[in-house]
Write a protein that binds this ligand. Structure first.
Ligand code: ATP
Ligand code: MG
Length: 407
């Protein structure tokens, strides 16, 4: 693909414009990165108050599969990406008929479906060197019966819907065969996977960016701590992960991106399983075909962020290997922070938080705080790991954040 140069204007006087499907916080941070380089931006998102729509040059307020909206997006933009893996793959296909779309519909389709995703991980296990947790596919009552009869090894396990799950939604933990049957009925008998519950020593993720011509760069793996199925804390500094595991995870993520012929930023999540070995075994969990919550620290701690790389990749620009210049801890800010212990609304302690050295506050412009809703994040950077941890602990105390003992 020929590069789309930032700041360029075509013969008809139209400025170089990049488009994104979806208007959430990932779209907003993508728009910020694109605009900093001088691109105009267009967001397709039905919500008139969306985080990305509010800051973009253009906001097309239609559904993701609306033909008129998609035609308008293609007409305005020289290249298009997505910030949301559950956009209809058909929408990406439609756009791809006239414009470069990264990542492509086929890979987004794989990441949208846990069954296809796991099949892909299995297909490239030889080159990636990692497999996923033992699992079984549940699409029919006969398959349920077969699992009940023959796969007692998968219990206790987690039943996960094949499609539309995020932040732990669409997941039920099951200990017995009876619980499994009841949980599948409760999920409406939709296509699911039953995954064996693994003893986790840690979790980590890797961000990879791959260009149209196969150039690949990656960030060092970051260690993630979840609370109630939602990312709470990301540790990004040397030593956050044992070096040997970090190297393996990074190589595996790159192999997975290469195998997919991926274009854009891909996040691969891993489990570190307590298997009795010194550092534990590495198991691939899932992938997100877009920048990821666990990579938000790259905005403040690296010389190129995951969003900068997404812009470079989709626009056909070179992909510089990013360099992390500061150790960092990222704390997610859910809507819970806007309520006190008795459930009364409160203004979070911003004044005290913003007085902390190396505290970078990002709020997404969401007007209504709700429990569990991702409202923003706080990245702490500093000269060394010890001072970053001290400040992060203080911030977590001030905001009464979960996962404090994990810092
Ligand atoms: P995301 O917000 O990352 O999209 P998700 O809803 O797609 O999350 P998963 O990543 O599958 O869900 O699971 C969420 C969390 O639940 C994991 O990060 C991990 O903490 C826990 N978990 C999931 N599967 C397993 C497993 N097989 N064994 C142990 N813990 C698990
Ligand atoms: Mg996950």
């Amino acid at each position: 693909m020929a590069p789309i140069f930032p700041g360029s204007v075509d013969a008809a006087g139209r400025p170089a414009t990049l488009g994104v499907l979806g208007g959430g916080q990932l779209g907003r941070m993508f728009v910020h990165a694109a605009q900093r380089l001088g691109y105009f931006t267009a967001v397709l998102e039905p919500d008139p108050q969306s985080p990305a729509g509010l800051v973009s040059h253009h906001h097309i307020q239609t559904n993701y599969d609306d033909p008129t909206g998609l035609a308008q997006l293609a007409q305005l933009c020289q290249a298009i990406t997505t910030e949301f893996e559950n956009v209809p793959a058909q929408a990406l296909q439609t756009l791809a008929q006239t414009r470069p779309v990264a990542p492509g519909a086929a890979v987004v389709g794989i990441a949208q479906d846990r069954i296809e995703e796991k099949a892909h991980f299995a297909a490239c296990a030889e080159v990636s060197g990692v497999t996923c947790a033992p699992y079984a596919v549940l699409e029919t009552p006969a398959q349920l019966q077969a699992v009940l009869d023959e796969r007692a090894d998968l219990l206790p396990g987690i039943l996960k819907t094949a499609r539309m799950g995020y932040d732990g939604k669409g997941q039920v933990r099951v200990k017995t065969a009876a619980e499994l049957a009841a949980a599948w009925a409760e999920l409406g008998g939709v296509a699911c996977v039953l995954e064996k519950m693994l003893p986790l020593a840690a979790e980590c993720s890797v961000l990879v960016a791959r260009g149209w011509h196969g150039q690949v760069v990656s960030f060092a793996p970051q260690r993630n701590v979840h609370e109630a199925g939602i990312l709470a804390v990301t540790h990004a500094y040397e030593g956050a992960m044992p070096a040997a595991l970090a190297d393996r995870a990074r190589e595996a993520a790159v192999a997975i991106a290469q195998h997919l012929g991926y274009v854009g930023v891909l996040c691969v999540e891993f489990f570190v399983v307590d298997d009795g070995s010194e550092h534990g075994g590495l198991v691939v969990n899932e992938m997100a075909p877009r920048p990821h919550n666990s990579g938000h620290y790259t905005i403040d701690a690296c010389d190129a962020s995951q969003f900068d790389l997404q812009v470079h990749a989709m626009a056909g620009l070179p992909l510089p290997q990013p360099r992390q210049h500061s150790p960092a801890i990222m704390l997610n800010l859910l809507g819970d922070v806007w309520f006190d212990a008795s459930g009364q609304p409160q203004e979070p302690a911003w004044y005290a938080v913003l007085s902390l050295p190396g505290a970078h506050l990002h709020l997404y412009g969401k007007l209504e705080a709700r429990a569990g809703r991702k409202m923003g994040h706080l990245t702490i950077t500093g000269p060394d790991v010890a001072s970053v941890k001290t400040v992060a602990r203080r911030a977590a105390e001030l905001l009464d954040l979960p996962g404090l003992d994990a810092i």
